[in-house]
Design a protein around this ligand. Structure first.
Ligand SMILES: *[C@@H]1O[C@H](CO)[C@@H](O)[C@H](O)[C@H]1NC(C)=O
Ligand SMILES: *[C@@H]1O[C@H](CO)[C@@H](O)[C@H](O)[C@H]1NC(C)=O
Length: 485
């Protein structure tokens, strides 16, 4: 079915003159140099907990957010009890607590399995690609590096994360009809009850990120427990905080982690962070290109999305004795212009050593996805015997924020620049002189018309039955990116 697109429409004339291009010459470059800039773990540590105190205005922010202190205190007590139970459950189950399904199931997923994914906020999808295909992606990526020895990465001396976005192997993995279908499935774990909300969960965009090839023994690629999607922004931005209003109102049980209504206009970057994702990414994810088990340089996740998110959102309002603290400007683990971080001291009730759960062993071709608020970490040391290699591929639905990004990213694709969220855009040499880079013809070859649309290279048509909100985002997509539809 999906591959039919490629075969039944063999000659699409790509129309480069229809693209509304952007002049990047005055574009302000992203801060930071490499992978490390987003994390405080790479900075000099501060004494005690003074790192947690933000400027005084953030004390006022707390008072503004907590309108009904008594209700919030009660809800905090309930939450701590539930959290303790969840952590015990995680301790018992270990990696088995992470939901797993197979690619073949996604078209018609059993409702109980779907519910389990929603509850945990993460999922392993087995066999998105056959093993051989995923290994071929890795081999092709390595050949691309060999062919282009100027390729940069982090750490510079012996890279693990390569500053590559447009190898044919990456573009193929992202644009393959099976991956598009996976994205659509993942985006549709979200919902909205309002037909005017400007988002289309059925239209997935392609977000160019990098890949990692981590060798056994490596201990330089350490990422402690953190959450993406901004930091203090969750409390400070007026639109972003609406996503969590039930939590701030002392009613966390009713908080819906999958309501997309206020997500697409949230500002996750009041204080821009190098490497931070500025699009609305419903789930972050990666595709495995190797066989990796727990402690072999893989990812650890904090399941139970609703409880964990509620906990970290409420934590700044309580001191270490669980007394309400609306006076201090303390926001544990939050710093302006950094990722939201978690440690035993900042968030003791998370019992991080028990909470953080390694995903079960994955094979090449399996993918893992985690909710954009979910706490995650990477094994500090890779104790396995084989490489731990993944391609980062998130799920990104169509909305105006993401269209705006796509317009920049399209320039990156056409010129071989880094992804616009990444260091060096648009000035560094990146892949501008790389041989055998993917171009729009290649995109069409591997994914057909839909893959071109996902990268902003062809307009999208809507259905008459689509909601007002869906029609509006598609109209905007076409208007922003093209002269003619
Ligand atoms: C996203 O994936 C679905 C399912 O394969 C596909 O129908 C759609 O065209 C894809 N891309 C866009 C931009 O909609
Ligand atoms: C989690 O940590 C808290 C505080 O350190 C402790 O009181 C509690 O017993 C721990 N819970 C579990 C399930 O380990």
């Amino acid at each position: 079915m999906s591959t039919a697109t490629t075969t039944s429409t063999p000659t699409l004339t790509l129309r480069p003159d229809n693209l509304k291009r952007i002049d990047l010459s005055n574009f302000e470059a992203r801060p930071g140099n490499d992978f490390s800039s987003a994390f405080t773990a790479f900075d000099e540590p501060l004494e005690g907990d003074q790192a947690d105190y933000l400027p005084q205005r953030f004390a006022e922010l707390k008072q503004e957010l907590v309108q009904n202190p008594e209700k919030v205190v009660e809800s905090w007590k309930r939450l701590k009890l539930v959290l303790g139970d969840k952590i015990k459950l995680i301790e018992q189950e270990g990696s088995n607590i992470i939901p797993e399904i197979s690619f073949n199931e996604i078209q018609k997923l059993d409702p109980a399995k779907r519910q389990n994914i929603l509850e945990k906020g993460c999922v392993i999808i087995r066999n998105v690609f056959p093993k051989e295909k995923a290994l071929e992606f890795k081999k092709d990526a390595q050949e691309y590096i060999k062919l282009n020895p100027q390729t940069k990465g982090y750490p510079a001396s012996d890279p693990i994360v390569y500053e590559l976005y447009w190898s044919k192997s990456q573009v193929n993995a992202r644009s393959d009809p099976k991956m598009m279908e996976t994205m659509k499935f993942i985006n549709n774990l979200w919902h909205t009850n309002d037909p005017n909300v400007e988002v289309s969960l059925n239209h997935n965009l392609s977000y160019a990120d990098r890949f990692r090839i981590r060798n056994p023994g490596d201990d330089s690629f350490t990422l402690g427990p953190h959450a993406d999607g901004g930091c203090i922004e969750r409390w400070e931005d007026e639109e972003y905080r609406k996503c969590y209003k039930d939590v701030f109102n002392g009613d966390w049980e009713n908080y819906d982690s999958y309501d997309v209504t206020h997500r697409t206009k949230a500002n996750m970057n009041i204080y821009p962070v190098a490497n931070a994702c500025s699009v609305f990414r419903s789930f972050q994810g990666w595709l495995s290109m190797s066989s990796v088990g727990p402690s072999e340089g893989t990812i650890l996740l904090a399941p139970f999305i609703k409880e964990i998110t509620s906990y970290f959102l409420l934590k700044p309002f309580f001191d270490e004795f669980d007394e309400l603290d609306l006076q201090s400007s303390k926001f544990p683990g939050s710093k302006l212009g950094k990722n939201q971080e978690f440690n035993e001291k900042s968030h003791p009730d998370l019992n991080l050593s028990k909470l953080m759960t390694s995903i079960p062993k994955v094979q090449p071709g399996d993918a893992v996805f985690w909710h954009c608020d979910l706490i995650h970490a990477v094994d500090p040391v890779h104790k396995g015997e084989l490489d731990s290699s993944v391609m980062y591929i998130p799920a990104v639905p169509l909305c105006d924020l993401n269209t705006k990004y796509l317009k920049l990213q399209r320039e990156a694709l056409l010129k071989g620049l880094t992804g616009p969220d990444f260091p060096g855009f648009p000035t560094s040499e990146a892949e501008t002189n790389h041989q055998n880079r993917a171009d729009s013809k290649f995109v069409y070859q591997v994914g057909g018309l839909q893959a071109l649309q996902e990268l902003g290279l062809e307009p999208i048509k809507y259905d008459e039955n689509d909601s007002q909100g869906v029609k509006a985002v598609i109209d905007n997509f076409n208007k922003e990116l093209f002269y003619k539809v």
